[in-house]
Design a binder for this molecule. Structure first.
Ligand code: ZN
Length: 159
């Protein structure tokens, strides 16, 4: 069976950046399963997997425009210190969370200044060229329920 719209694809992947540092990888015991053609994974990876079958093994390079987008300068801003709890030990590189209109938003702390905290709301992988090492281990038709929900249902409950 070939990877196509409405198929559930299971794959092992390792994600590295330009320097070769590993950013993310699927668990050895529980590879990533996703519903193909529904925007559940980044566009560059979804396109590269189109038409592949079990056993497909490849290195896939994804430009920022086909990945997590370019870094938006307007998403980097300063919040005054008083907007943070007194016992938050903020440090550059830390992630903080806020409740947004469409669910939780993650910010990365860029730096602490005399007046406040510089936060970056860009996705941590925005602006990065991504290198995936992938292996397709299963392709199956999605169930009616999965299609109705627009995502995969695994044996681990609903997410
Ligand atoms: Zn569901």
């Amino acid at each position: 069976m070939k990877t196509a719209i409405d198929k559930v694809v299971t794959l092992h992947y390792t994600l590295t950046d330009e320097s070769g540092a590993t950013l993310d990888r699927s668990s050895a015991t529980e590879p990533l399963a996703y519903l193909h053609g529904h925007g559940n994974i980044i566009p560059g990876l979804e396109k590269a997997l189109e038409g592949t079958e079990v056993g497909f093994k490849s290195k896939i390079t994804v430009a920022p425009s086909e990945g997590y987008g370019e870094k938006k300068p307007e998403a980097i801003f300063e919040e005054p210190h008083e907007n943070f709890g007194p016992d938050m030990n903020l440090e550059p590189g830390m992630q903080v969370y806020a409740e947004g209109k469409h669910g939780p938003i993650t910010f990365t702390v860029v730096e602490l200044t005399d007046t406040g905290v510089v936060l970056d709301a860009n996705h941590p992988l925005a602006g990065k060229t991504l290198h995936f090492d992938v292996e397709v281990v299963d392709v199956r038709p999605a169930t009616q329920e999965e299609l109705a929900h627009g995502h995969v249902h695994t044996g681990h409950g609903h997410h």
